[in-house]
Design a protein around this ligand. Structure first.
Ligand code: PGA
Length: 251
């Protein structure tokens, strides 16, 4: 059975001190809880080691928001997958639309990042999703299919089985405009069919597909009730422990 997962994506928010305090708060809230899903926080590189030291990773998984497309070397300012792994983190978000849009990440680059993440035992949370224009002109299924094919379909079935997908319609990210549960389910079921065509039904059924984009405590339960929606990747609402826990408890 595939895992249900709620993952926070803090983006470029919080100082180290604020981030450690927030992680402690979430960790504390999970201490005596038995959530019906795995819970993960993806945080800035600078916070990883310190947060690893204050959380119980049996209850709260830790991830980075990106990693480099090279293992090591003369790439000033970059942070490699082995570096991320050495902090104690075990997840990494890859292919977020903000990385694609503002930092020019292409499928070719993402393929390298995915390979390096897997080599270093990091679980990729791989993001896909269409922009508003593609939603409106009806090409959104094809766009998402292409994103998956180009960056992931070179993987063996075994490696593909290690990937978590996050469908994040770009028009819903940080806009307060959530996809409806029907829109999310339609895309998630489609994504699962694309995976089934390439890797077979079993791999497709075992792949966790998260929804992201203005997910909050008030709409999470409805989204998560859909059969192909296996949880959420949460931006804004993950910066407040109570609202993040509200989403975790939506399961
Ligand atoms: P949001 O961001 O929840 O703030 O819309 C989601 C994301 O970008 O992962």
């Amino acid at each position: 059975m595939r895992k249900k997962i709620v993952a926070g994506n803090w983006k470029m928010n919080t100082t180290l001190q604020e981030g450690v305090a927030l992680a402690k708060e979430v960790n504390e809230a999970l201490k005596d809880a038995t959530p019906k899903c795995d819970v993960v926080i993806a945080v800035p590189f600078t916070h990883l080691a310190s947060i690893n030291a204050v959380i119980d990773q049996n209850k709260l998984g830790l991830g980075a928001e990106n990693c480099a497309d090279h293992k090591s070397g003369a790439y000033t300012g970059e942070v490699s997958a082995p570096m991320v792994a050495s902090t104690g983190a075990t997840y990494v978000i890859l292919g977020h639309s903000e990385r694609r849009q503002y930092y020019g990440e292409t499928s070719e680059i993402l393929k390298e990042k995915v390979a390096l993440a897997l080599e270093n035992n990091l679980t990729p949370i791989f993001c896909i999703g269409e922009v508003l224009e593609e939603r409106e002109n009806g090409t959104y299924h094809d766009v998402v299919k292409k994103q998956i094919e180009e960056a992931l379909f070179n993987l063996s079935a075994e490696d593909f089985g290690k990937i978590i997908l996050a469908y994040e319609p770009v028009w819903a990210i940080g806009t307060g405009k959530t996809a409806t549960d029907e829109q999310a389910e339609d895309m998630h079921a489609y994504i699962r069919s694309v995976i089934a065509d390439r890797y077979g039904k079993e791999v497709a059924e075992n792949t966790s597909i998260l929804y992201g984009g203005s997910c909050k405590p008030s709409n999470a339960a409805q989204l998560f009730a859909k059969p192909d929606v296996d949880g959420g990747l949460i931006g804004g609402a993950s910066l407040d422990a109570a609202s993040f826990m509200g989403i975790v408890n939506a399961f």
